[in-house]
Write a protein of this length. Structure first.
Lengths: 114, 112
């Protein structure tokens, strides 16, 4: 019963390409998040959204944008991919309020920019 | 914003021994502290969590303690088993749209 689905498991893109990473959740969660995971750095927040069409910058938003047109879908966009954006990208969702269940994560998208 | 630091970065124990992972946080407004386990190639999974109004919580072989005054919390795994081998992440936050800040992770290796 997969609850947070990321559209691609592995992705290889060329420098300068526009890249779309898609995330869909079926738990009716208000909050959705995009993190990147790099060895030794843990998970760093790129962007998050607490409602449809709402977005907030995280700690490392440079070079990224997001879109949330529907409650269940949160897209991460790399406007012009660069090699330093090679990473594992994790999407997560949570319900609004007390955060009783923490995050539910997607399986991740390993992006390689060549 | 919040800053969560996690130690050690790697931990190797013998099967049956205990393992302890420690984290500190900076924002006194943080009120929720989850721990995630990430096995190789898999998504992080919540294994235990603790709220700021609780000092300790146990779930079978796993326990988490929280010291609000000192702003640190720890994960304790007793009677470790090879299947406990994974990367463990602590996190803190929850006060701002349930936004969490993660530690850098601890790679636990349980030797049979």
């Amino acid at each position: 019963d997969v609850k947070v689905t990321q559209s691609s498991r592995y992705l290889v893109k060329r420098t300068g390409e526009k890249v779309f990473l898609e995330c869909v959740q079926d738990m009716d969660h208000e909050n959705m998040f995009w993190y990147r995971q790099d060895p030794g750095l843990g998970l760093r927040l790129i962007y998050f959204s607490y409602d449809v069409k709402m977005k907030e910058k995280g700690d490392i938003p440079e070079g990224y944008s997001v879109s949330r047109e529907k409650k269940e879908r949160f897209s991460l966009i790399l406007e012009s991919a660069s090699t330093n954006q090679t990473s594992m990208y994790l999407c997560a969702s949570s319900s609004f309020g007390e955060g009783e269940d923490g995050y539910t994560f997607g399986s991740g998208t390993r992006l390689t920019v060549v | 914003g919040e800053n969560v630091e996690q130690h050690p970065s790697t931990l190797s124990v013998q099967e049956g021994d205990s393992a302890v992972i420690k984290c500190t946080y900076s924002d006194s407004a943080s009120n929720y502290f989850p721990w995630y386990k990430q096995e190789l190639g898999k998504r992080p999974q919540l294994i235990i969590d603790i709220r700021s109004n609780v000092g300790e919580k146990k779930d079978q072989r796993i326990a988490v303690t929280l010291n609000k005054t000192a702003k640190h919390f720890s994960l304790h795994i007793t009677e470790t088993q090879p299947e406990d081998s994974a990367v463990y992440f602590c996190a803190g936050g929850g006060s701002n749209f349930n936004k969490f800040y993660f530690g850098s992770g601890t790679k636990l290796n349980v030797k049979p």
